[in-house]
Design a protein around this ligand. Structure first.
Ligand code: MG
Length: 373
């Protein structure tokens, strides 16, 4: 209706009719899925798919942007620019097996992983996408649990899930359920954390126990019969990171130590900044159960996956103050200074062992544990 007449009869914008227009734009939904299992029809683009989207996704994610069911979510650039001057974008796919494990599930993992990948760049995470590839025959009840878990985690992190996609494939074409999430955030003006900024003299900090997620998945697969269950450390870190940045806006490097563990991240920093990362084995927080499992299975906790652990390289003069503040946050109670940055050997990571020796810690070669995240 782009004509002068249409323009002439256009109502004058007032707060009330903007609210009314918004409400009309969000279509009312009452469709329900009344079967127990996903069928190919749920991915067909027809009524069954529409009902699934309305009932399971739109109903749970409860986002105005998603409810409009446009082909894309839309954002006001002015609103985004309040948070900073750079947009951050990331994406990740989740294929973890099993889907449910102590302390989490694939949905919690998907939201956490994407939020954390934005947050460790200093970004304020804002919006997420959710794409699912579902195997025919998957239980709707399990799908509901996973979507609810995604919503709870998103709420906790203060992000909205604003657009998505659903595909259903024949039995055997995927194993139960795969999820892809992408995320958008905004980086504040003052923040510049990149892997090439570590400098000799900097201090290495970690926010708690290493290797819990990897160990929890091994445990959940029933490969060990442990006396005490190990829970994943899966948690969003954006709040802790914002707190850290208020104490020290010039943190040099930060990454979350997911697949490949802390060894991989430290190697990335050492290579990226052309410096050496020196860590002390005795300072590394590792749970007794995780250490025990590693000894039995011949795993190295330095390479075990984490889903709620960050490594920060910080200027030495801020290290103690940062540590103190991190310990006041629920995601940083067990934070520790685990080492320092030195000049040489350039590009290397060296572990000072508890026995007084030194060993080089290389990048992970091959796969220690498949389908961990
Ligand atoms: Mg990451």
């Amino acid at each position: 209706m782009n004509s002068p007449i249409a323009d002439a009869v256009k109502p004058i914008a007032s707060e009330n009719n903007i609210v009314a227009a918004k409400k009309n734009n969000i279509r009312q939904r009452s469709a329900k899925v009344n079967v127990d299992k996903i069928t190919l029809a749920h991915g067909s683009g027809g009524k069954a798919m529409r009902d699934l989207i309305d009932d399971v996704f739109v109903g749970t994610f409860d986002s105005d942007e998603l409810s409009k069911l446009e082909d894309q979510a839309r954002f006001d650039l002015t609103d985004l620019s309040i948070f900073g001057d750079r947009l951050a974008m990331t994406t990740d796919s989740y294929v973890v097996d099993p889907l449910f494990f102590p302390g989490g599930d694939i949905g919690k993992l998907a939201v956490t992983g994407t939020v954390n990948d934005l947050a460790v760049g200093g970004a304020v995470p804002l919006y997420l996408t959710c794409s699912m590839i579902i195997e025919e025959g998957f239980l709707i009840a399990d799908l509901r649990k996973i979507v609810r878990s995604m919503k709870n985690t998103a709420d906790e992190a203060g992000v909205s899930i604003v657009t998505g996609d659903t595909k259903v494939v024949h039995r055997g074409a995927v194993d139960k359920l795969f999820i892809n999430t992408a995320g958008v955030g905004v980086i504040p003006h003052s923040v510049n954390m990149t892997s090439d900024r570590a400098m000799p003299g900097d201090v290495i900090i970690i926010n708690g126990y290493v290797g819990d997620h990897g160990a929890a998945i091994v445990d959940a697969r029933g490969e060990m019969s442990l006396q005490n269950t190990i829970e994943t450390d899966c948690q969003t870190l954006n709040e802790l990171i914002q707190l850290m940045l208020t104490i020290c806006p010039d943190i040099h490097c930060m990454r979350d130590a997911t697949r490949g563990g802390i060894a991989t991240v430290l190697n990335e920093f050492a290579i990226g900044s052309n410096v050496c990362m020196h860590i002390d084995e005795s300072a590394l927080p590792i749970r007794h159960e995780v250490r025990g499992m590693c000894e039995i299975l011949g795993l190295d906790p330095l390479y075990l996956a984490n889903e709620g652990k960050l490594i920060a390289i910080v200027p030495a003069e801020f290290a103690e103050q940062l540590l103190e503040v991190m310990k006041t946050h629920k995601s940083g109670i067990e934070s520790a200074i685990v080492g320092k940055v030195t000049e040489s050997p350039r590009g290397g990571v060296i572990l000072n062992t508890t026995f007084g020796g030194k060993r080089m810690v290389d990048m992970l070669v091959g796969e220690q544990l498949p389908r961990i995240c």
